[in-house]
Write a protein that binds this ligand. Structure first.
Ligand code: PGA
Length: 257
């Protein structure tokens, strides 16, 4: 079965509302016509409504960078899936390594958020990946296995098939160090096998994005790998020319066909 190619931009804590509007305008102007990949941008919460308006009927999907695992109530500073649906957004990043390391987000919490997002009809982009010390200790596969087993626990085949997974080695995020296409492919194949072990056959249906210092000049090499179905892009997604070049690298390729 062919999997969609997804190029997603994670803007992190960057961009005021006017900056969001101008970045989206530049992206809409430069999008390849008839491109076959799905483009998603994830601005900070305060910019989402303006981003939605700026996109209009353009071929860009909108995502949030996080959501609460709770439905509503006394959770100061949190944003619920119901709020995100009124923007509306279609995607939500869950379990980004910055949430895990800076905000103590555990695999159990990731699991609750994934369930909450799926229940709301959103597409979770679930991030997993090992730190540098875990890789050096040969623990990469054990870490990925745990993040998948716990983070995606209790989901049935139909729910799993609605996920996007992003493999982001933590040592490659924002550092300029990228996994080689071969290293990334090896990890992606392992992740796909683990997804399949949750529900037979589902591994082939879930797009697995690579993230970690994806740039205009390394995107094509990464995306040419069999199990790399797209990219989650941080820094380079804030520069229209760079992000458009990554989108161009993702257009016209259909994975797993
Ligand atoms: P980066 O970030 O592309 O700046 O390394 C990727 C991410 O954090 O998703």
């Amino acid at each position: 079965m062919a999997r969609p190619v997804v190029i997603a931009g994670n803007w992190k804590m960057n961009g005021t509302i006017p900056e969001t509007e101008s970045l989206i305008g530049a992206l809409l102007n430069g999008l390849p016509t008839g491109g076959s990949c799905e483009v998603v941008v994830c601005p900070p919460f305060p910019s989402l409504v303006a981003a939605r308006a700026a996109i209009g009927s353009g071929a860009i999907r909108l995502g949030a960078q996080d959501c609460s695992e709770h439905e509503s109530g006394a959770y100061t500073g949190e944003v619920s899936t119901a709020m995100l649906l009124t923007v509306p957004v279609s995607h939500v990043i869950i379990g980004h390594s910055e949430r895990r390391t800076l905000f103590q987000e555990t695999d159990d919490r990731v699991n609750l958020k994934v369930k909450r997002a799926l229940g709301a009809g959103l597409t979770p982009i679930v991030c997993i990946g090992e730190t540098e010390s875990e890789r050096e200790a040969n623990a990469t596969e054990a870490v990925l296995e745990r993040q998948i087993r716990v983070g995606l626990a209790d989901l049935d085949g139909d729910e799993l098939a609605r996920l996007v997974v992003a493999y982001e080695p933590v040592w490659a995020i924002g550092t300029g160090k990228t996994a080689t296409p071969e290293m990334a492919q090896e990890a992606h194949a392992f992740v796909r096998k683990q997804l399949d072990s949750l529900h037979p056959g589902v591994g082939d249906r879930i797009p697995i994005l690579y993230g970690g210092s994806v740039k205009a000049d390394n995107a094509a090499g990464l995306l040419s790998e069999r199990d790399i179905d797209g990219a989650l892009v941080g820094g380079a997604s804030l520069k229209p020319a760079d992000f458009l070049a990554i989108i161009a690298a993702g257009s016209g390729t259909l994975q797993g066909a």
